[in-house]
Design a protein around this ligand. Structure first.
Ligand SMILES: [Zn+2]
Length: 235
């Protein structure tokens, strides 16, 4: 999710501290990439294209630089698989995704946005004090009946912004990078951001939360915006 504001922002009620996990040498993860450098995938990725990929912790950046997957790449519509508890390589993926989150100036980034079809998310909504959430297998276990209107953007749909309805508060349970069970009680922008990123793990984009009419209008607007900014296609 792109940095942004919602109508009635409130502070998140929990700050969790996280530490880097252990170093792991070799790992195998499921990666689907539209145009990964080392991937055999072509840029015209079709649904279901998911290739096994070996990453070596110390050489991960040499093996594959994470690239942003943008709409309408069908990877963004796929449901992600749960991460096996204790699976190797996850800590490195979280670190690399966190780097990209700051590089691309997003508030949140879900693994399918970098071509990894696993239930992994990083979030930093730039509150004070700043906090980076690294989430493995996150699940919404409670959502408020109260809804708020959230002004959202998405790194995978550059420039476009739309108003979406979200639950005002949610509880999310997840595993941290050491596979420890954690919980976030979120309100305001963090709540909206969590819902946005967790949707990505089920192949749902924020524009899919719009009415049919508004969605198709948003898609037209998206393509128009890309034509107006062909040099970088994004923000
Ligand atoms: Zn997004």
């Amino acid at each position: 999710m792109e940095s942004g504001k919602i109508e009635n922002p409130k502070k998140s009620s929990i700050g969790l501290s996280e530490k880097h996990g252990k170093k792991i040498v070799v790992k195998k993860i499921l990666v689907a990439s539209g145009k990964g450098k080392s991937s055999k995938a072509s840029s015209s990725c079709s649904k279901g294209l998911a290739i096994g990929f070996f990453l070596t912790a110390c050489h991960m950046s040499e093996v594959r630089e994470m690239e942003l997957i943008k709409y309408p790449n069908p990877i963004l519509s796929q449901k992600c698989a749960e991460v096996e508890v204790g699976a190797s390589g996850v800590s490195e993926i979280l670190d690399e995704m966190s780097k990209k989150l700051y590089e691309w100036e997003g508030a949140g980034l879900a693994a399918p946005q970098v071509g990894i079809l696993k239930r992994i998310v990083v979030i930093d909504i730039r509150e004070e004090p700043p906090h980076l959430y690294k989430l493995i297998n996150p699940k919404i276990t409670r959502k408020s009946e109260e809804m708020v209107e959230s002004n959202e953007g998405c790194l995978s749909l550059p420039i476009l912004r739309e108003m979406v309805f979200r639950h005002a508060s949610v509880t999310v349970e997840y595993l941290d990078e050491n596979f420890k069970e954690k919980q976030i009680e979120a309100t305001g922008f963090l709540s909206c951001c969590l819902q946005h990123e967790l949707d990505h793990l089920d192949g749902v984009l924020y524009i899919d939360r719009l009415s049919k009419f508004k969605r198709s209008r948003a898609i037209k607007e998206f393509y128009k915006l890309q034509e107006e900014k062909p040099e970088d296609g994004g923000e």
